[in-house]
Write a protein that binds this ligand. Structure first.
Ligand SMILES: [Zn+2]
Length: 73
């Protein structure tokens, strides 16, 4: 699938999960002030996909299209 070809696996920084073990996640434009990334979608492994939907974590999208998660304080 297209996302697998583009991302090659989980897009979380430091995560080695390959595309076959990942889910497609759609970034939420509204939560980023209307800024959208290239395809508004990325691959995340189940663990990071859960964090992406966890309201207690903030997801930061970096210029190289990787993401990192920080716990909201
Ligand atoms: Zn991951």
């Amino acid at each position: 699938m297209a996302l697998g070809l583009r991302d090659g696996g989980c897009t979380a920084r430091g995560c080695e999960t390959s595309a076959s073990g990942c889910h497609a996640h759609h970034d939420d434009p509204w939560s980023r002030g209307g800024l959208t990334d290239l395809a508004n979608g990325r691959l995340l492994c189940p663990r990071h996909h859960r964090l992406a939907h966890d309201a207690t974590y903030a997801m930061t999208i970096h210029a190289d299209n990787t993401v990192s998660f920080t716990r909201r304080t």
